[in-house]
Design a protein around this ligand. Sequence first.
Ligand code: 5RP
Length: 227
Amino acid sequence: MSASEYKRQAAEFAAEMVEDGMVVGLGTGSTAAFVVEALGRRHKEGLRFVAIPTSVATEKQALGLGIHLTTFGEHARVNLTIDGADEIQRGTLNLIKGLGGALLREKIVAASSDRLVIVADDTKLVDHLGMKTLLPVEVTSFGWEATARQIERLGGQASPRRNRDGAFFVSDGGNLILDCRFPVISDAKRLEQEIRSIVGVVESGLFVGMATDAIVAGGEGIAHLTV
Ligand code: 5RP
C-alpha cells in the first residue's frame, strides 16, 4: 500500500472518534483532508458536530461538504482536534508540524483542545525530532533576516520558504515561514522556549506536550499510541 493509503486508513480510524455534539478541530494537510472527507460523510449520515478549521484550505473543504463551522467566539474549548504532523517522536508524541504552512492556526486550535489526535503514516515516526524534516518557524515579514540570524545563533540554518515562482510563501496569517535545519533535536522543550523568545518569531512548529494520541498506519496495521 502507498503512504497515501496508510494516511487514509489512519484518518478513517480517527474520524470514528468524533461523537455527537462535539466541537471538533480540523487539521491541515493531505492526511487531515482525508479526515475532513470522512467527517463530511458522517455529517451526511446524521452525526451532529461543529468544527473549527486550521486553514483557509480546510475551511473551504469543510464548507464544500456541508460541515457546520464555528469560532472561538462561540466555543471556548474544542473537544477533539484531529491533525497531521511531519514528525512524531515515539514515546513523547512531541511533534514537528508546519510543512503545510498552517502551524500557527494549528497550534492555536491544539492549545484549546481537550484531546489532540495526530493521524499519520508510519514514516512520520522518529526516535528524535529533526531526524527527517526541517523545523518550520513562522516569523513576521518585517525584519525576517534579523530573526533568522537569531535562530542561527541557536544552531539552526534558517531559509525563508518560497513558492515555485520564487516569491516568498505567505501563511494564512500573512507571515513568512523560515525552514530551519537543526542537528537532531535532543531537548525539544528547551529549543521551543528559546525559539519562541526571539523577537519576530510568531510561533514555532515544535508541538511539545500537546498531542494526546497518535493513529499511525503502516505495513503492520494501525497503531493507536497514547502518552
Ligand atoms: C500543516 C501540517 C501538516 O499536518 C503536516 O505538514 C502533515 O501533512 P501531510 O498530512 O500532508 O503529510 O502541519 O501545517
